[in-house]
Design a protein around this ligand. Structure first.
Ligand code: AHG
Ligand code: MN
Ligand code: MN
Length: 335
């Protein structure tokens, strides 16, 4: 019988055999996974727990918070603040950074997260998730401040997400490809179920919120029009469409079978570069997708090369199967 590899064992081996992750980072990833397990149990309770519906608050982006947004945020903070592996955290649900209280030791890492991605799907029992990104705190000054978080995605040392769907699945990169772990509820642990995930370079499936079509910019409209034209159009093949409205679930499908995901800038709020957030949505997802052989851009440049100026900065996102992302990006950059 082949032995199952737990997340713990996988991380120990990444540390010991490959020297890829220091002990503090290994602890960090274990703690994040443990928090995701707790969030998964809360999600599963649904109406049986006090987790459904809206809270009476708004986050810094002016969005009404769901109870689960707040619960997931608290679970991640409580799990991570005492271990000595972090200096500070930042979250979609908190305006400023959360510095580890000085009753605990301060670690070398910074953790950013979208505690609950796909909030509009919570109450309708559709897949949602948690997205996270890990950076190293710059060591040229004592203490920690918000500016320490403003590093390009290329500087991430770990990134991943946990999807709460028919299965609870953790997908992770530490810069050596992408690995997937499935939560074994009887054992209470994540078990390695796939290594070296690869996104096919070509695809016949796109994901975009079509209801915004009239607000799109010309290159996005051109790309989608050509997909819609199918066999008889310039692409010479029929395309299928999916839109789950949880980035986690749309990206997970793309990691499993390919596809292109777009949440472009549009004319609804022209002053915003896009809807999705760079630091805890686009950067971690962009790195995972690249690590699986795909690509991620904002239409002009690689997502991971963008130098952030604000913690909650937004960005236009095109990611997934390499050849399609390059085509859609090319439509934006050509004269
Ligand atoms: P969040 O729930 O963290 O605010 O993120 C929701 C995001 C993303 O997950 C998804 O791709 C997108 O919003 C869906 O937006 P629309 O409802 O505009 O399609
Ligand atoms: Mn989100
Ligand atoms: Mn969220």
């Amino acid at each position: 019988m082949t032995q199952k590899v737990s997340l713990t064992r996988y991380l120990v081996e990444q540390q010991r055999v490959d020297g890829l992750i220091p002990a503090q980072l290994r602890l960090l990833l274990e703690v994040v996974a443990r928090a995701c397990k707790r969030i998964s149990f809360a999600v599963n309770k649904g109406e049986l727990g006090d987790v459904m519906g809206a809270a009476e608050t708004q986050n810094v982006q002016g969005e009404v918070q769901k109870k689960l947004d707040i619960i997931a945020n608290e679970v991640l903070i409580e799990a991570n603040e005492w271990g000595g592996h972090l200096a500070a955290m930042a979250s979609e649900e908190m305006e400023g950074i959360y510095v580890v209280p000085n009753r605990y030791p301060q670690g070398e890492y910074l953790l950013l997260f979208d505690p609950l991605d796909g909030s509009s799907n919570i109450d309708v029992n559709v897949s949602i998730g948690t997205i996270f990104s890990v950076l190293k705190k710059p060591d040229d000054h004592p203490g920690v401040q918000e500016a320490d978080f403003l590093q390009a995605g290329a500087k991430q040392v770990a990134a991943g997400y946990c999807i709460y769907g028919p299965q609870t699945t953790l997908v992770l990169t530490v810069g050596d490809g992408v690995a997937m772990f499935t939560l074994d509820r009887e054992q209470g642990s994540f078990v390695l179920t796939q290594e070296n995930l690869r996104i096919p370079e070509d695809t016949k499936e796109f994901a975009i919120n079509m209801s915004n079509m009239r607000h799109w910019d010309a290159p996005v409209k051109r790309y989608i029009d050509e997909c819609l034209a199918g066999k008889d159009g310039p692409r010479g093949k029929d395309f299928n469409m999916r839109w789950i409205a949880s980035m986690v679930a749309d990206v997970h499908r793309i990691l499993m079978r390919g596809g292109i995901f777009m949440y472009p800038w549009d004319k609804r709020e022209p002053e915003k570069p896009g809807k999705l957030r760079l630091m805890y949505e686009a950067n971690p997802m962009g790195w995972l997708v690249e690590q699986a052989g795909g690509a991620a851009t904002n239409g002009k440049e690689r997502i991971l090369d963008i130098e952030p100026t604000k913690l909650h900065q937004r960005v236009s996102v095109i990611l997934g199967s390499k050849n399609e992302v390059e085509r859609a990006t090319g439509y934006h950059t050509e004269k």
